[in-house]
Design a protein around this ligand. Structure first.
Ligand SMILES: *Cc1c(COP(=O)(O)O)cnc(C)c1O
Length: 427
């Protein structure tokens, strides 16, 4: 704890005790409860330090050596370093590290590849797709004509026959692969083949799995995709943000879409932290991390199934599991399960399952992920323990003392695996 505190400006507590105290309490929450949200992680102290650096003071609209402001000769080096590290990691021809988030990265890809009203084929939201894949309440669904594919009812895996059928019928200008709540490996090759059949561009949204790709646990989509978008804060374990890589032929369009198309000045402090995260991802220890993330998710899946919980698609190939609560207890919604687990010190999110009869606000499912607890050094043995605690809290949810007893066991477990910089578990 003290080491991570040291990266927080020492002045903060004296200058603004109100904000400092909120940050302190959040630090404590992260340290004493289990973080099973599949899109969250713990950054290294080095990533935190870069994020909190004076680079936040600099305006740098434009790109290295082509800026609209003076005084950029130093920060140019950090953006160049980040771009080079990213290109080398993925074997990509071009990289853009300026998107403020994964959603912005997708917006930039659409802006570069599409005109308003164009047809796009992407995964259905209630079957694992993301808001930016055509939700009617999102800019994507309002500006473009999205057509959706889903998972097949028999095995709950992406229905590639449906992808092809829809592509041939709708002739999309762009096909998007990638998901936010899908527990299986997404192979880019069949999407490329279908895109080629109909002359569509292919965007691989690797927001969730980029860390697994960089760690060698999942296939690299760069050879197949025209553009790859991703977040830097999920399995990649970097600062909150996004990035894009693309073919050299699209470099100019992608860069112009990010700036001036979509954003103003880049967040250089975040870009420096992205460079640190890319450096960390190049180390052999990151490959071990990625394979342990997958092994832990598998162990969690097996143990949850052993507790009588049904898993969508029967298991997982990546960092997350999707639990369908209906067979466990038809009266238990995802919303109630999430609330019970919160009281038990287990943080996760409710999620619709394919064909969910409940609304997106209530849901019949839970999404649980292994990236954050794997960063803390937990292994398969701990995943078995966690699955037992999850099931116990859900089963005994009406008895407050039992839920409190689970919370106590969670606190004991967490005390053995402190966050990076908090006295152990360096990533
Ligand atoms: C998380 C996610 C995004 C968006 O990332 P934000 O940084 O939250 O904007 C985009 N696509 C997919 C598939 C995601 O899972």
């Amino acid at each position: 704890m003290t080491a991570q505190r040291a990266h927080r400006p020492a002045e903060l507590a004296a200058w603004d005790p109100e904000v400092a105290s909120i940050i302190g309490r959040e630090e404590e929450r992260q340290r004493t409860t289990l973080q099973l949200i599949a899109s969250e992680n713990f950054t290294s102290p080095a990533v935190l330090a870069a994020t909190g650096s004076v680079l936040t003071n600099k305006y740098a609209e434009g790109y290295p050596s082509r800026r609209y402001y003076g005084g950029n000769h130093v920060v140019d080096q950090v953006e160049d370093l980040a771009r080079r590290r990213l290109r080398e990691l993925l074997g990509a021809e071009h990289a853009n590290v300026q998107p403020h988030s994964g959603s912005n990265a997708n917006a930039a890809a659409y802006l570069a590849l599409l005109e308003p009203g164009d047809t796009v084929l992407a995964m259905r939201l209630d079957q694992g797709g993301h808001l930016t894949h055509g939700s009617p309440v999102n800019f994507s669904g309002r500006l473009f004509r999205f057509v959706s594919y889903g998972v097949s009812a028999s095995d709950e895996r992406i229905d590639l026959d449906q992808v092809e059928e829809l592509a041939l019928r709708e002739r999309p200008k762009l096909i998007v692969a990638g998901a936010t709540a899908y527990p299986r490996l997404i192979d880019p090759a069949p999407f490329r083949a279908i895109a080629d059949r109909v002359g569509a561009a292919f965007l691989f949204d690797a927001a969730h799995v980029i860390g697994l790709i960089l760690g060698g646990a999942h296939p690299n989509p760069v050879p197949e995709a025209d553009v790859v978008s991703f977040t830097t804060h999920k399995t990649l374990r970097g600062p909150r943000g996004g990035a894009l890589v693309c073919r050299a032929s699209l470099a100019r369009d992608i860069d112009r879409a990010v700036f001036p198309g979509l954003q103003g000045g880049p967040l250089l402090h975040a870009i420096a932290a992205k460079a640190v995260a890319f450096g960390e991802a190049a180390r052999p220890s990151f490959a071990s991390y990625a394979s342990q993330v997958v092994a832990n998710a598998r162990a969690l899946a097996e143990a949850l199934a052993g507790e009588g919980l049904r898993l969508v698609s029967g298991g997982t190939d990546n960092h997350l599991v999707l639990v369908d609560l209906r067979s466990f207890d038809p009266d238990l919604s995802g919303k109630e399960a999430q609330e019970v687990l919160d009281r038990a010190g287990i943080t996760c999110n409710r999620n619709q399952v394919p064909g969910d009869p409940r609304s997106a606000f209530v849901t019949s499912g839970l999404r649980l992920g292994s990236p954050a607890c794997t960063t803390l050094g937990m292994g398969e043995a701990e995943m078995h323990l966690v699955a037992g605690l999850v099931a116990r809290a859900l089963r005994l949810r009406d008895r407050e003392r039992e839920v409190a007893a689970v919370a106590e066991e969670v606190a004991v477990l967490c005390s053995k695996f402190p966050p990076p910089g908090a006295g152990g578990g360096s990533p």
